[in-house]
Write a protein that binds this ligand. Structure first.
Ligand SMILES: [Zn+2]
Ligand SMILES: [Zn+2]
Length: 307
């Protein structure tokens, strides 16, 4: 375990913000890529069974995404209003959810029913298939405001998976130009959620630049390096890695607010995917917990009570 001193990193000398691509919206291969990565990471991993389960869930998410019906999106007038006021276009807390998200949940559950799951998980799937709409909507509300603690840990992955599919579907239908910058640089400009991790890109015009990856809609937005995504302080930023790590994943911590966010350096491993690699580096979260730091954004597949 070691904390690195603040060092000059590639990408620190960056072009002015106006010349940098601000946003990458998610595409329809997201969940297929995630499933492949989760399968790879599950081999011989202490959390292998859970990562393999999430790979099946990501397969089901891929299927549900491709079956989504066309949905109404904010019209140009609403888009302009959101840009003008620095509001997210598809705010997780404010957007009136279309019942289609629950149809997506059923698609996911039907596919998971066919998978070889342990009995306990099969019971959860069967229970959720017949869950009351009001209960599901209440659970969704809680997930979307970040209140995960009271949600039954076995139900969380399924409902979070369905919400991700719905938001990824909508976000992928937008045009980058529809989305404006938020006043708060650390929240998703598309849906207003917190990031799951930061990604330092490799190759191309964005080489060495840091993009924050949304925990809900998987949009990626630019934020300069060596800056806390939580409070935007640029002082007291430290980097932590696990002993023996190749440095592909580091935790960037902030002394001012006590938050940290992982950074995935694609130059070290281009196959990394934010949700999968965040879960697979859980040991780094334990290290940061010991350091008295708290996560700057959630992973919806990690229940806070799971510890
Ligand atoms: Zn988002
Ligand atoms: Zn901070």
């Amino acid at each position: 375990m070691n904390a690195e001193a603040r060092i000059l990193e590639p990408g620190q000398m960056e072009a002015p913000a106006g010349e940098i691509r601000f946003l990458f919206l998610p595409d329809h291969d997201l969940f297929a890529r995630r499933a492949e990565r989760l399968r790879f990471l599950s081999e011989g991993h202490p959390l292998g069974d859970y990562l393999a389960f999430l790979a099946l869930l990501a397969d089901a998410q891929h299927d549900a995404l491709n079956r989504f019906p066309p949905l109404p999106l904010p019209d140009p007038k609403e888009q302009a209003l959101c840009r003008e006021h620095g509001m997210p276009l598809l705010g997780a807390r404010s957007w009136p959810r279309n019942p289609a998200w629950r149809a997506g949940l059923i698609t996911i559950l039907q596919q998971m029913k066919e998978a070889a799951l342990p009995t306990a998980a099969r019971d959860i799937v069967a229970g959720l298939m017949h869950a009351a709409e009001t209960g599901l909507e209440e659970t969704a509300d809680r997930i979307l405001v970040g209140d995960l603690v009271d949600i039954p840990p076995q139900e969380l992955p399924f409902i979070a998976a369905a919400l991700q599919v719905y938001w990824v579907y909508m976000a992928s239908a937008l045009h980058e130009r529809a989305v404006g910058r938020m006043e708060e640089g650390g929240v998703c400009p598309v849906c207003g959620s917190y990031p799951i991790a930061g990604i330092v890109r490799s190759g191309g015009a964005e080489h060495g630049l840091r993009y924050l990856c949304c925990s809900l809609c998987a949009s990626q937005w630019h934020m300069v390096r060596i800056k806390c995504s939580n409070c935007e302080s640029t002082h007291g930023i430290d980097y932590y890695t696990l002993d023996g790590s190749n440095g592909a994943v580091k935790a960037e911590s902030c002394d001012d607010c006590g938050a940290y966010l992982k950074l995935l350096y694609l130059e070290k491993d281009s196959r990394m995917e934010a949700t999968a690699d965040d879960l697979a580096t859980f040991a780094l979260d334990m290290l940061m917990d010991n350091e008295g730091k708290a996560r700057g954004g959630p992973n919806l597949f990690f229940h806070p009570g799971r510890g």
